[in-house]
Design a protein around this ligand. Structure first.
Ligand SMILES: *Cc1c(COP(=O)(O)O)cnc(C)c1O
Length: 414
């Protein structure tokens, strides 16, 4: 018998929004269900007084090793959280609070995820100063720009690895060296990285790194903050954090609360699977992205947002000249599941702040779509997307009486 989900799947639009979340790998779901159904694996991982606790603890520790191995970290550096949002909050508030007497200046960029920008705004309300660096038109930060922004009282730099709206990859290795030299801690939101590009926590000289389960074919509601235990390179000091939650002292006192064993196990397996993806899969995604871009470009009046050379192939962000973003999204909605900007901002009918930071005008920022390609994406999906967009963009332009290229030069921002 088919489940309701399977029956509906036939009528669902093509899913091209893997950057907002991914389906759970069936092997991960099966293993999680096993833990949930188990008569022996349900114990509290913090219960040290009996076998049930020990068994759950061993599952959590195995998952810790899996996550660590996937990103070049040590198991002891993994602090489980409810997701990358919590990991970002723990990293930012944790460092700010712990080092508040040393300095109250933080450096970040205008194109960060809201889960970094909103904590920064809150820290400003609490008396911290935040420098928001503006990337170049391609979305890239110049390491020298970061170096130039550091002050005596800078305690933390927070820059993401792979951008969730445009797929651009920042030069984290260069930032690691700069921060280490200056004595500022470096936090990196790497929620989008695993499975898309190489990621090496120890090698990058990063102090704190946020990870998420559900961007990597794992479950929602689980993530981790990596906290470097020893510093690669010149400085031997180790970053300290003030916790956000107080309770049972779990996770070395950094994150109180009973661990969700099945979630943690799911993330561990998802990370192990993602770290062993073949290079043929990466090539396949790159070919699909090329097919998508070629198809969209042939519509005319379509601009690509973000660097094409310093980016992952899993994301493609484009702006359509001469169409209104909201009308376009409504027109394609029955056929395509894509987004404008990040899922977290889709509720707000405002143009992407990421694209605005790249210098795109309001209209082009507002008429942008983000395509997130993933394991389930096929050539057929791409062809459907191109056909639907070609039809709907043409129709909307006709209605608006607009022609491609008619957007004022000041607005094109290209
Ligand atoms: C999805 C995402 C987050 C939020 O992660 P959650 O696990 O959903 O809290 C943070 N940063 C980036 C870059 C993301 O893509």
């Amino acid at each position: 018998m088919k489940t309701a989900v399977q029956m509906n799947a036939a009528r669902m639009p093509v899913y091209l929004d893997h950057a907002s979340t991914t389906p759970v790998d069936s092997r991960v779901a099966a293993r999680m269900a096993e833990v949930l159904n188990s008569e022996t694996e349900f114990g509290n991982p913090a219960s040290a007084s009996h076998e049930y606790g020990d068994l759950a603890h061993s599952l959590v520790e195995q998952a810790r090793r899996q996550v660590a191995a996937a990103v070049g970290a040590a198991a002891a550096e993994v602090v489980w959280t409810s997701g990358a949002t919590e990991a970002n909050n723990l990293g930012l508030f944790g460092v700010a609070q712990y080092y508040r007497e040393r300095g109250r200046h933080i450096v970040t960029s205008r194109t960060e995820h809201k889960a970094v920008l909103d904590p920064c705004r809150e820290l400003e309300r609490r008396g911290w100063q935040v420098t928001y660096l503006v990337p170049d038109r391609e979305g890239l930060l110049d390491p020298e720009q970061v170096a130039g922004s550091l002050r005596q009282d800078t305690t933390l730099v927070s820059v993401m690895h792979v951008n969730n709206e445009i797929g651009v990859v920042q030069n984290i290795g260069a930032l690691g060296a700069i921060c280490a030299r200056h004595g500022a801690w470096l936090h990196v939101d790497a929620a989008q990285s695993l499975g898309k590009c190489p990621i090496d926590f120890a090698g990058l000289g990063v102090d704190l790194m946020s990870l998420s389960g559900h961007k990597v074919y794992g479950p929602k509601g689980v993530g981790a903050l990596l906290v470097a235990q020893r510093r690669a390179g010149s400085r031997s000091a180790q970053v300290q954090l003030a916790p956000l939650l107080f309770g049972g002292g779990q996770e070395r006192g950094l994150r109180a609360g009973t661990l969700a064993t099945h979630q943690v196990v799911g993330m561990g397996l998802a990370f192990e699977l993602a770290s062993s993806i073949s290079s043929t899969e990466t090539v396949r995604i790159a070919q699909l992205q090329r097919r998508l871009w070629d198809g969209l470009a042939s519509i005319g009046g379509v601009l690509r947002n973000g660097s094409a050379s310093h980016s992952v192939p899993h994301l493609l962000n484009v702006s359509f000249e001469g169409v209104e973003g909201e009308s376009l999204l409504a027109a394609i909605r029955p056929h395509l599941a894509v987004s404008t900007g990040s899922a977290c901002n889709s509720a707000l009918a405002e143009p992407s702040y990421v694209l605005r930071a790249l210098g795109r005008g309001e209209r082009l920022s507002e008429s942008s779509l983000r395509f997130g390609l993933g394991r389930t994406t096929t050539e057929c999906d791409i062809d459907t997307a191109v056909a639907v967009l070609s039809r709907e963009v043409g129709r909307l332009r006709e209605i608006a009486g607009a022609q491609p290229g008619k957007v004022p030069a000041a607005e094109s921002g290209a």
